[in-house]
Structure formats: C-alpha cells, structure tokens
Design a protein around this ligand. Structure first.
Ligand code: PHE
Length: 349
C-alpha cells in the first residue's frame, strides 16, 4: 500500500515516524484525535510483512482508541504506537529498544500516553517508563502502576457477551451456551475462565503451543483447528486474537448467532458490518466490548479509582453502550457497527 495515500486518506491528526538505527525497528505513533484530551493507546510490538502494513496498523488502531475513550466518556483522545521489529530481531536488544521508545514518548511531552498492547506487557511498561515517565500507564504494581490490563478487558468482554445474549433471546444467562474463543492470550484466557464459571460450553482456537497446551490439559477444553474456526457452529464466536478476521471470505462460513470479542479492528472493512447484518449475525462492535483495559487502567491511575470502582464502571459503560447500540441499529435498520459509530460520534461533539 502506498504510504502517502495511507496518511492522506486517514482521518487522524498526526503520525510520528522514527527509525531506530541500532536495531532497524520502525516506530510509529499515530495521534488520531486530541479533541477530548491527550491521545492515549497501547504500544503494539511485532514483526510486519512491510513498512506500510505496520504504519497502516498504527493508523487504524489509533481510530479505535478515539472511539473507546469517547464511548467511556473519558478525557482522552485516541492514539496508538507500533514498534515494527526487524526480521530475526535479537531479544537481547529489546530492553534498550523500549528505553529509546520511552524517550520518544517523553519528547512528545504529553501529546501521547501509552499502555500495553499485543506484544508488550506491564513489565515492558516499567522499562518504557524509565525514560518515558510520566506518560506510561499499566506499569506493574511493584513499580506503582495498575498492572496488567488483560483481566479487566476480559471482564468487560464477558459482560458484553451477556448483554448480547440478552438481546438475542431475552436471557443473559450463559448456562449451556456454546462459545468459541479465538485466541487464549492475555485477554482470552481470563475470558475463558469467566465463561466457564458462568456455565458456558467453551471451545477454543490458538496458534501458540503453550496456550493450546494450557487450555487442553489444564482446562480440558476442546480445541478447534484454525481451518475450522469460522465454520464451527456455536452461539457466540469470540475473536480475541488479531484484527481483520471478519471479511468477505470468512463471513459466509460463519455458523454463529453473534460475534463478541476482544480483538481490535475485527472487521476488515466497514462493508463487512453490512455482510454480517445480511446474515442476521449480531455483531457487538469491538471498540465497545474491549474498552475495559483502557478505561479501567487509566481510571485507576489518572482518576484514582479503586479496582472495584474501575470494574463496576467498565461493566456499566459497556452494558449501557451496547444496549443503546443494539436498539439504535434495530430502530434505524443500520448495522450495529454503524450505530456504535453514530453514538460515539455524538459524544465527541
Ligand atoms: N491495549 C489497550 C487497547 O487496545 C490500550 C491500553 C491499555 C491503553 C491500558 C491504556 C492502558 O484498548
């Protein structure tokens, strides 16, 4: 994809680009919106096939953060950072790379606040904060932070699933409902625990052998191979891995009643929301389901909420917003994704 058109066609404000000479990594910090406050969003660190797909990921993910903070009615705007690692990256170089990234965040002087995302953890936030403080959320509790954002994100997704079930057939009980979780990572594994405690019938897919072993042997869950993950019948399909998985190829295969997951940017394009509506699959928009990490952690650290308060506020924000989304979509006969964007845009005025 052409870099100029990617930036030109993006509806955000600014993108900072930095080349890390010692490692060959590229850093992108996409500032999507500072309309409601400083931009905030996680740091994603991984290998990408090329420069432009890394940039595109940062640009797209940053827009999702604007929506999340607006849905949560928080005084933050949307941003996101991508650290695109070179092939054969030497893990020994990781800590220094994170320190140099922290220095870049520090230089921005409060334009952008960061937190964890795919490929980074609370322990990494401690390292980034050595040079990036005070613009780093979700450090470990030992370092004075609110810790891992996975569990509170998972709690939010769990309540999004309950709210969606209530919309499907009037009951938010999960007893006997079949839920297929794609991705048993930092969010997925806690979500699975909540689902099992609530009596759901859970199956899972993952590509990581450690995660597969854990779910199979410790939790005794049936494993769904990757080539069957879209076509396996279930009540709720819960994408908790990477984005772009709902597209014109996968949507015709689906045999679920609803989709409620934690992954960011699940829809490959906006038109895919229409394809789901046509198939009468109820789609809970990702940026509503998964706002718990960003809202909960920043609430605890910036607004001094207790962990209990954070959990309750996250549950309330997700439950109320999703109900509103489903009602508006039905009333206006539009996709749930379009309804969610409309509701959030009103909160951004
Ligand atoms: N990874 C989180 C998300 O995508 C971002 C985040 C986590 C931001 C924790 C701040 C604190 O929503």
């Amino acid at each position: 994809m052409n870099v100029e058109s990617l930036i030109r066609d993006w509806d955000g404000e600014t993108v900072i680009t930095h080349y890390d000479k010692p490692t060959g990594a590229w850093m992108f910090i996409a500032i999507h919106s500072t309309r409601r406050g400083p931009a905030c969003g996680g740091t994603r660190m991984k290998c990408y096939p090329d420069f432009s797909s890394a940039l595109q990921d940062a640009l797209k993910l940053s827009a999702g953060m604007t929506f999340k903070f607006a849905a949560a009615d928080f005084e933050f705007g949307g941003g996101k950072a991508v650290i695109a690692l070179p092939p054969n990256f030497d893990v020994e170089a990781r800590a220094d790379l994170l320190r140099r990234y922290g220095a870049l965040v520090r230089q921005l002087d409060g334009l952008y606040y960061t937190g964890p995302d795919v490929g980074t953890s609370s322990a990494d936030m401690d390292i980034i904060a050595e040079t990036g403080s005070p613009y780093v959320f979700a450090r470990t509790p030992q370092a004075g932070g609110a810790g891992d954002s996975g569990p509170i994100t998972a709690l939010g997704v769990f309540h999004a699933i309950k709210t969606t079930c209530a919309t499907l057939d009037g009951s938010d009980s999960l007893v006997g409902r079949t839920v297929l979780v794609q991705g048993a990572g930092s969010v997925g594994k806690t979500l699975i625990r909540h689902l099992l405690n609530a009596g759901a019938d859970v199956s899972f897919n993952d590509v990581d052998s450690v995660a597969i072993d854990y779910c199979r042997t410790e939790l005794n869950l049936p494993f769904v191979p990757s080539d069957q993950v879209f076509s396996t019948p279930c009540d709720i399909f819960s994408p908790c891995a990477l984005g772009g998985i709902l597209n014109e190829k996968t949507i015709p295969l689906l045999r679920c009643r609803a989709i409620v997951g934690a992954a960011n940017n699940q829809l490959a394009t906006l038109a895919d929301a229409e394809l789901l509506s046509e198939r009468s699959i109820l789609y809970a928009p990702d940026f509503i389901n998964n706002l718990g990490g960003a809202m909960g952690i920043t609430g605890i650290e910036a607004l001094h909420w207790s962990e209990r308060q954070a959990e309750q506020r996250v549950i309330d924000a997700i439950t109320h917003t999703l109900r509103e989304v489903f009602e508006l979509a039905k009333k206006e006969n539009i996709s749930t994704d379009a309804a969610a964007r409309r509701i959030v845009q009103v909160r951004m005025l």
